[in-house]
Design a protein around this ligand. Structure first.
Ligand SMILES: [Zn+2]
Ligand SMILES: [Zn+2]
Length: 200
């Protein structure tokens, strides 16, 4: 070791920052670079250097001023990227991912299957969906959904995910359907899948 203590502590600082960024991504799916510079009080360049390391490690990807959790499936599941619920192929646009506490990663074709999968699972660390308008990965539990719009997806009734209630409402004005939050969407899907059970 020839590094001076100052340089070593600088390395450690970067390391802690990168780990914190990764934890944030695992919880929230995506973050604006400007949020990160504010949170850590460092320059954009510093944040971009941290992000580049995470990108090189295959853990994250950058996208127009945002960074998001890498969407590529873990090596163990690569090649079998089919929906856990209905076995159909997974379109990138509507992809839904559950990260389990045991390290397993489960994928679904769209929020319809994703939310059904989520409602049957325990030990879920995070649930990530893709915003249908902007393509960003978002926390599925805090997202809003438009159900039964005129846009047909792989599964019926169609369920599309939006980062916030306002963009879901904008979409709903153009394409019909209803805007629901996460809990309401799960209740709606359960009702559709089993009207008799859901009534009790
Ligand atoms: Zn599916
Ligand atoms: Zn689907």
């Amino acid at each position: 070791m020839t590094d001076s203590p100052q340089i070593r502590s600088l390395y450690e600082e970067c390391d802690v920052r990168r780990r914190t960024i990764l934890q944030l991504l695992q919880k929230r799916g995506s973050i604006a670079v400007s949020d990160l510079t504010k949170r850590f009080g460092v320059s954009r360049m510093t944040i971009h250097r941290d992000l580049d390391v995470l990108v090189q490690q295959g853990l994250a990807q950058k996208r127009h001023g945002w960074v998001e959790l890498a969407a590529t499936p873990a090596p163990a599941t690569a090649g079998s990227a089919r929906c856990m619920m209905c076995q159909s192929e997974i379109p990138e646009r509507t992809q839904f991912t559950l990260q389990l506490e045991n390290g397993e990663r489960l994928q679904a074709c769209c929020p319809h299957c994703g939310l059904m999968m989520l409602s049957h699972r325990t030990g879920v660390q995070s649930a990530l969906a893709r915003d249908f308008l902007y393509g960003r990965i978002v926390n599925a539990l805090e997202a809003f959904y438009v159900v039964e719009s005129r846009i047909a997806t792989c599964c019926a009734p169609s369920v599309l995910c939006f980062h916030d209630a306002a963009s879901a409402a904008d979409f709903q004005r153009g394409f019909g359907g209803s805007v629901l939050n996460y809990h309401e969407t799960i209740a709606f899907l359960k009702q559709r899948h089993n009207p008799v059970l859901a009534a009790h």
